[in-house]
Ligand binder design. Structure first.
Ligand code: IPE
Ligand code: IPE
Ligand code: MG
Length: 246
């Protein structure tokens, strides 16, 4: 375990860590603006936060991590910023894939394939294939992801099922992009914004929500430790009345 991860252990109960953490990585543009730099400088620095959060979750033994990297609404951004984000994903995978693979990380993609340039898809597919047998941290990159779109895709898949089973929550869950994954226990959004922005609309039904004021490029081990401690203070009731801890 790295020194930085050890530093966040005090005050954390390792038996009660969330099984699945989902993060809306927000505030890259504001981080850059505060420094008088172009928005894309924030995206680049945010990549270092991605690396450190992945490593820390892996070292803590959190089994599932989902990162919101590009939404279906982000296509509304200027073409140059979109292109930068696409290239950044390729760069990230080029630089980190072997290391992630060594750490036992399995990469999945949540989102649609349409509109994503072929070279980006090739890079994603390579990452998925190379890591598909890994049993360490299950890392899901929500890329070209939209919650409403996912729900519509699931409805489309359901009506095409032959034979078509009775429609239960379980049957429906298995038609989502997250088919094999447990629902997130903890949703983190950085940069002090209180919105879902079309993220995991079905899966977040009972997630604990923690908003961090810190901008994503500044969100590192220490900030992750803070949100995990905040999560452990919460009492999860799932609609009941007694204290239920997962
Ligand atoms: C989050 O940072 C990264 C993506 C959505 C890709 P933003 O780019 O949204 O940064 P702000 O919200 O404008 O500060
Ligand atoms: C949400 O952030 C999407 C990602 C983090 C990828 P946005 O910055 O795009 O969300 P809004 O526009 O503030 O709701
Ligand atoms: Mg934003």
């Amino acid at each position: 375990m790295s020194r930085k991860t050890k530093l966040i252990l005090p005050g954390l109960d390792r038996q009660r860590l969330p099984r699945h953490v989902a993060i809306i990585m927000d505030g890259n543009g504001r981080w850059a603006k505060r420094r008088g730099r172009p928005r894309v400088a924030g995206h680049r620095e945010g990549m270092n936060s991605v690396r450190s959060v992945i490593r820390t979750c892996g070292e803590l033994g959190i089994p599932h991590l989902t990162l919101y990297a590009f939404s279906t609404e982000n296509w509304r951004r200027p073409v140059r910023e979109i292109r930068f984000l696409m290239n950044l994903l390729i760069e990230f995978l080029n630089r980190e894939l072997d290391e992630l693979h060594c750490q036992g990380v399995r990469i999945r993609m949540l989102g649609g394939r349409e509109r994503i340039p072929a070279r980006v898809l090739a890079s994603i597919d390579q990452a998925i294939t190379q890591t598909r047998r890994n049993r360490g941290l299950q890392l899901n990159l929500a890329f070209n992801y939209g919650g409403r779109r996912e729900l519509l895709d699931a409805v489309g898949a359901y009506v095409n099922l032959r034979p078509r089973p009775a429609l239960t929550e379980e049957v429906f869950s298995r038609l989502l992009y997250t088919a094999e994954l447990p629902d997130p226990d903890l949703l983190v959004r950085t940069s002090g914004e209180y919105r879902l922005s079309n993220f995991l609309l079905w899966q977040l039904a009972y997630a604990e929500i923690v908003v961090s004021p810190v901008l994503w490029p500044d969100f590192r081990e220490r900030e992750l430790g803070q949100v995990l401690r905040e999560y452990q203070k919460r009492e999860r009731r799932f609609g009941g009345v007694k204290s239920v801890h997962a």
